[in-house]
Design a protein around this ligand. Sequence first.
Ligand code: UD1
Ligand code: CA
Length: 456
Amino acid sequence: MSAAVCILAAGKGKRMMSDQPKVLHRIAGKPLLGHVLDTVAEVSDARPVLIYGHGGEQLQQALAARPLTWVEQREQLGTGHAVAQALSLLPNDGIVLILYGDVPLLSAATLRRLLDAATPSGFALLTVVLSDPGGYGRIVRDAHDEIVRIVEHKDASTDELAITEINTGIMAVRGSYLHRWLPALKNDNAQREYYLTDCVAAAVTEGIRVAGVFASDPVEVAGVNNRIQLAELERTWQRQRALALMEAGVTLLDPARFDVRGDVTCGQDTTIDVNVILNGRVRIGCNVVIGPNCVLTDCEIGDGAEVLANSIIEGAKVGRGARIGPFARLRPDTELGADVHVGNFVEIKKSTLAEGSKANHLAYIGDSEIGRNVNVGAGTITCNYDGAFKHKTVIEDDVFIGSDTQLVAPVRVGRGATIGAGTTITEDVEPERLVISRVRQKSISGWQRPHKPKKG
Ligand code: UD1
Ligand code: CA
């Protein structure tokens, strides 16, 4: 049976200095709580119970798509009080995982170790050793190295303050224990709070062993209390993604200047230059080169393609061997075939360009279907919008569009046609024709420019 899940997120997060609930602040573009929910979903298919306090409306709006059971903790009277609010929803049989909405980088592997350790006795605690344990609850062990108690920093003696093993707060506890212990918690401590951590002493009193599991890395259990910590965990997360890509055969010219905000796969021998941002679902093939300052969102880049500096790609598919940029912009529903070239200051929206076609300079292509080996000259514009509706432009294979052409959609240019520079296409063009619509050049001799008479 899957463990039940209870996530604490009622704290105000005062030090964030924010109108937004702390757990909605983002790491890698995803709310802190989203990280926790995604990780726990890897180890349990139970519907998590979320204990919230502040910003309930904002939270419910932001997390509407997530399957959650919402429990309000009106007053924050401590972690034990928080879990107690959900008691009626927590099963008696089976294990309850207690997690925190502001601890985003916990790994599923660690959660699995914690759950395994909880199996024999029904109680396991995640701890970590910190060189500076200040502020945290300390883990008190007996002569046999068994956990006997957690003492909060504010309640600790000088000897206890010297302990470097601390409580992460994350635990796996049999539901029936929580039902027994939580209603009996007292708040006779320095903070006048109901401490969840007092469950450890309750277990020991009953002869129930509390298994300790060490977190593999302190960052896994690091909480976010202010924006400095938020930025630190952002960097940690980014570093992890960068390392994983490098291990998979991707060259990052500077792993510290690379950001992933989503789910990215990248083939071998791809090179990514500095200040590249990958958002959403990005699929990059093998032997791809991504130049500096590119922003790629929800897109696919085929093998051997080159995306040159300062290009922005969103919702597009780029064929193998294509060359994009520098300074190109591909907007949603764009699909480029193999070996397509899109050069500087070219914007393409909701259009397809088949194999070998080129738009090398300064163009707008919208709502268009462009065949193979088409050359779109500099300054070409598809006039796809009449102020109310969008219309389609179709350009068949092997067409040559001269520079500074306007194509007033809806319009079709037949296979092999040539459009002279400066033409405004308003009617369909038959295949193989040359079409040109421009005023003939005049040459006037003896022309005098107007000039102002000199003053004085
Ligand atoms: C708690 C632990 C401490 C541990 C530390 C790890 C207790 C008594 N102490 O201390 O041993 O070392 O976490 O960070 O559990 N929360 C609620 N409702 C409340 C109080 C807290 O939802 O009434 C939530 C907060 O939103 C936060 C988490 O519980 O996410 C921890 O609360 P916090 O006050 O930060 O706990 P600490 O006093 O630091
Ligand atoms: Ca506290």
